[in-house]
Design a protein around this ligand. Structure first.
Ligand SMILES: [Zn+2]
Length: 133
C-alpha cells in the first residue's frame, strides 16, 4: 500500500453514494474523488472527524470507522454530502472578509438532504458510542 488511501469497501459503497448525491442534489456539479482514509489515522476520540475535503486534490476522504454495519447508509451519505457541498460551493466570504465555510447557502443546501435531522441526531449519538465500534 503506497497510496495512503483505499477505495475498497466493506459495507458502504461511497463511490456509488457520491454518484447518487451528485445526480440527485448537486445537479451533477461535483467532480471530487471519494476515498476511505487509512485505517490507522484515526484522530483521538475527542476530536473525531468523520470526513474531510482536500481542495488541492479535489478529494473527499472518509473516516474508515464509518464503513461499518452499525452505521446506517443515510448517515454515511449525510457526511459525504456535507463534504461534496464544500467542493461545489467553495469557501465563501462574509461581509467582514472572514472565511465562511458553513455560510447560509451551505446550510440551506445541506438541509435539503431528506434525512438531515435524523442524521444530526445519529451523529450526536454516535459520538458517545464511537469507542465501542
Ligand atoms: Zn464542513
Amino acid at each position: 500500500m503506497t497510496t495512503g488511501t483505499e477505495t475498497e469497501t466493506t459495507h458502504h459503497d461511497i463511490g456509488e453514494y457520491a454518484r447518487y448525491l451528485n445526480e440527485t442534489y448537486l445537479g451533477g456539479r461535483s467532480r471530487a474523488r471519494v476515498v476511505w482514509g487509512r485505517r490507522r489515522t484515526l484522530p483521538s476520540r475527542r476530536s473525531i472527524r468523520f470526513a474531510c475535503y482536500d481542495p488541492q486534490r479535489n478529494l473527499v476522504i472518509m473516516n474508515r470507522k464509518l464503513d461499518n454495519a452499525a452505521i446506517p447508509a443515510y448517515f454515511v451519505e449525510y457526511i459525504l454530502f456535507h463534504e461534496l457541498l464544500h467542493e461545489v460551493l467553495g469557501i465563501g466570504e462574509r461581509k467582514d472578509g472572514r472565511r465562511d465555510i458553513h455560510g447560509s447557502l451551505f446550510k440551506l443546501m445541506e438541509s435539503t438532504f431528506p434525512d438531515y435531522e435524523k442524521a444530526r441526531r445519529f451523529e450526536k449519538e454516535l459520538c458517545r458510542r464511537l469507542g465501542t465500534l
